[in-house]
Design a protein around this ligand. Structure first.
Ligand SMILES: *Cc1c(COP(=O)(O)O)cnc(C)c1O
Length: 402
C-alpha cells in the first residue's frame, strides 16, 4: 500500500518556478517509468491485516486509506500546489467554491466575527451572508483599499480576515502584507483568494497570509473543462483542521480531475506569459478607445493599485475590467454578441477569451461602487492579440453614436 508520495529531490529549493512546475508532484521511478503519475481511482482500499485496517486513520492526512481522502493522484497534485504556493500543505476540494466554504468553516465558530473584502467573489459573500450567518458567525465587509486601516474594524471576537486581491470583478489591489501583519499581531487568521494571479505570480504565504485559496478550475487547469479547489497553509494544525472538515463534508477531489489539473500546471508558466501579454495588449488598446471610460488593470501605470501590485506580484494575469461610457444595455449586449472570438460565459483562466458584464454596485456594502460606466470583465485567452483586437474593433461599431 502506498504511503505519502515522494515529493522529489532534496535540491528542490534551488528550482525556479518554471522548472518546479515541470518536475513537481511526479517521480517516474515510482510510476513504472511513466512521465506522469497514474490516475488511481478508488473508493475501497484493501489492507493486508486487521491491525493495518484498524490503524488506517494514521494514513488520513498523507496516505491512502479511503478514496474520499485522496489517492496517489490527489497527493501528487497537492504536493505540486503546495510547492508552488511556497506553503507546506495543500487540501484539495471539489471546486474553488468548496475550498472557500471549507476553509472558512474550519476556522470560524459560533460567536466569531469575520472581516471580508468588499470586492470578494460573489459566492464568497453569499456563503458568509447565508450559511455562516445561519451558524452564528457575523460577517462585515471592509473597503479593499483600506490597508492598515482594517485595524479599526477589528472587534474582540474577530477571528479571521478574508482577502481577495485584486478583486476578480473590480480589481482593487489590497495591501496584503499590512493587513496580514496586523492580523498576526492580534492572533487573527488571514485567508486570501489568490485566483487572479495564480500561485505563479503571487505568493500570499510569503506576504504573511495564513491560508491561500486557489480555484484550480481557473489558471492551474487552464482548459475550461475541470472544477477543483486547493487550500494551502504553512501551519500544520491549520492544514489538519481544513482537511478534517473537508473529510466530514465528504468533499472529494476526483482522481481524473486531479490528473487534469496537474497536467495543466505543466504549461502554467508559458500560458501565463501569453495571458499577461494579451491582457496588457488589450488593456492598452482599450484605454485609447473613445468608448472606454476607464480600464481596471493593476499593471497599467496609472491604475490606483499599480504600486502595490509591482511590489507584491511577479506578473499579471489575463483578467481585467473595462468601464464603458455607454449606459445603453442594449447597445452593449449587441456589442458583446457581435464578437466572434470573445464568448460570453462565467469562469475564466482557460485558453479562450471571454467577456461578461459585471454589476458591482449591487453587491457593495462597505464602499459603494461609484465609478461611472458599464462594467465588462475581459479574460484574455491565448489567441493572437491582433486577432482579438480586430474582433473588438468590429464589435465596438455597435456602440458608435450611442
Ligand atoms: C471562479 C472563482 C472561484 C470559484 O471557483 P470554482 O472552482 O468555479 O468553484 C472563487 N474565487 C474566484 C475569484 C473565482 O473567480
Amino acid at each position: 500500500m502506498t504511503a505519502a508520495i515522494s515529493i522529489g529531490s532534496p535540491t528542490r529549493e534551488a528550482l525556479r518556478d518554471d522548472t518546479l512546475l515541470i518536475h513537481a508532484g511526479r517521480d517516474p521511478r515510482h510510476q513504472q517509468g511513466a512521465v506522469n503519475p497514474p490516475i488511481m481511482r478508488a473508493s475501497t482500499i484493501i489492507f493486508d491485516t486487521m491491525e493495518a485496517y484498524d490503524r488506517r486513520k494514521e494514513l488520513f492526512y498523507d496516505g491512502v486509506s479511503y478514496g474520499l481522502y485522496g489517492t496517489s493522484t490527489a497527493h501528487a497534485l497537492s504536493a505540486a500546489i503546495a510547492e508552488l504556493e511556497g506553503g507546506s500543505r495543500t487540501v484539495l476540494t471539489g471546486s474553488g467554491t468548496a475550498a472557500i466554504a471549507l476553509a472558512l468553516t474550519a476556522i470560524l465558530q459560533r460567536g466569531d466575527h469575520v472581516l471580508v473584502a468588499d470586492s470578494a467573489y460573489q459566492n464568497t459573500r453569499t456563503f458568509c451572508d447565508t450559511t455562516l450567518a445561519k451558524f452564528g458567525v457575523e460577517t462585515s465587509y471592509y473597503d479593499p483599499t483600506i490597508g492598515a486601516g482594517v485595524e479599526a474594524l477589528i472587534r474582540p471576537n474577530t477571528r479571521a480576515i478574508y482577502m481577495e486581491s485584486p478583486g476578480s470583478l473590480t480589481f482593487e489591489v489590497q495591501d496584503v502584507p499590512a493587513i496580514a501583519s496586523i492580523a498576526r499581531r492580534r492572533g487573527i487568521v488571514t485567508l486570501i483568494d489568490n485566483s487572479w494571479a495564480s500561485p505563479l505570480y503571487c505568493k500570499p504565504l510569503q506576504l504573511g497570509v495564513d491560508v491561500s485559496i486557489q480555484p484550480a478550475t481557473k489558471y492551474l487547469s487552464g482548459h475550461s473543462d475541470v472544477l477543483l479547489g486547493a487550500v494551502t497553509t504553512r501551519d500544520e494544525a491549520l492544514f489538519k483542521a481544513i482537511k478534517d472538515i473537508a473529510g466530514r463534508f465528504g468533499s472529494n477531489a476526483a482522481p481524473d480531475d486531479c490528473y487534469l489539473v496537474l497536467r495543466g500546471m505543466r504549461s502554467l508558466a508559458v500560458r501565463m506569459e501569453r495571458h499577461q501579454a494579451n491582457g496588457l495588449a488589450l488593456a492598452r488598446w482599450l484605454e485609447g478607445r473613445p468608448e472606454v471610460a476607464r480600464v481596471l488593470h493593476p499593471s497599467l501605470p496609472d491604475d490606483p493599485g499599480h504600486e502595490i501590485w509591482r511590489r507584491d506580484f511577479k506578473g499579471a494575469s489575463g483578467l481585467f475590467g473595462v468601464l464603458l461610457r455607454s449606459d445603453s444595455r442594449d447597445a452593449i449586449a449587441c456589442m458583446i454578441e457581435r464578437c466572434r472570438l470573445f464568448k460570453i460565459g462565467s469562469s475564466w483562466g482557460g485558453f479562450e477569451s471571454l467577456i461578461v458584464p459585471g454589476y458591482p454596485q449591487k453587491a457593495r456594502t462597505a464602499r459603494p461602487w461609484t465609478e461611472r460606466g458599464f462594467l465588462l470583465r475581459f479574460h484574455a485567452g491565448l489567441e493572437d492579440a491582433g486577432d482579438l483586437i480586430i474582433d473588438l474593433e468590429r464589435a465596438f461599431a455597435a456602440l458608435r453614436g450611442v
